[in-house]
Design a protein around this ligand. Sequence first.
Ligand code: F3S
Length: 296
Amino acid sequence: MNKRKIVVSSNSGFCFGVKRALDIAQAALKKKGKVYSLGPIIHNPQVVRDFSEKGLKIVKDINRAVPEKAAFLIPSHGINPEALLNKKGACIDTTCPLVSRVQKIVKDLRRRGYLTVIVGDRKHPEVKALAGIAGRNSVVLKDRKKAGALKLESKKIAVVSQTTASFSSFKEILSEIAKKDFTELVSFNTVCRNAIDRQKEAGRIAGRVGAMLVIGGRQSANTSRLADTCRSVNKNTYHIESGKNLKRKFFKGKKSIGIATGASTPPDAIKEVVKKINEATTYGAKRRKSCGRIDP
Ligand code: F3S
């Protein structure tokens, strides 16, 4: 009987920044019992649920919702430090060091009078924080089209990117900005190496399998980028949060299935998906009675 081939990207599971954030949060919860977090610590619903059961309470406004002197946590994607100017209490900073580096670059660019172009998604917390640090002399761009139409009110321009932005979007926007009138143009490739490697490998796998599964939170920027990358080479690409979202039609008749994950996807999520696929039918055969619950 034929068995489906499953190819799992070697760049799967937590990146070092996410792992570091979870380790810090775990240690803080052990010590303090209850900690407040400004938004989810990472963008993965299973992990967030797990940590909330351990005492991590998500709040929207750290100044209003956190009792005075209570311990509070800065999530891995960082916040604008100005939001904490009057905040007392123990601050547990889990900002990824690569995100902190972009924040420092942007702060310095502001001090030196550059107009900062931030490549990324304006609704993402990392970009909101960067835009806050950059101040009024900044603009957020997601795609090349908007960059072409943009009128820049400064001759000193700098371009940086969200750490989990698409590297190709960063290069496209940079080349559009380079066509404009300027006296100085500086750029910093601040796309995380881990995110670039994930995108490259996932794209390679997607190009040689029948269907591609990208596992990760719907709110996770880097997972969405991965899914976009895979979809551009394989239209049978599906973004799922866990094995619960797996449908038989995703891999029906496919001899090979690729799997890639976002940087905030726990390794257990991959095991669950692989197990469910293996328990389901082999390609071309009828569904076995004993297979795991996979919605049609
Ligand atoms: Fe940091 Fe890159 Fe992960 S920016 S949180 S190591 S995806």
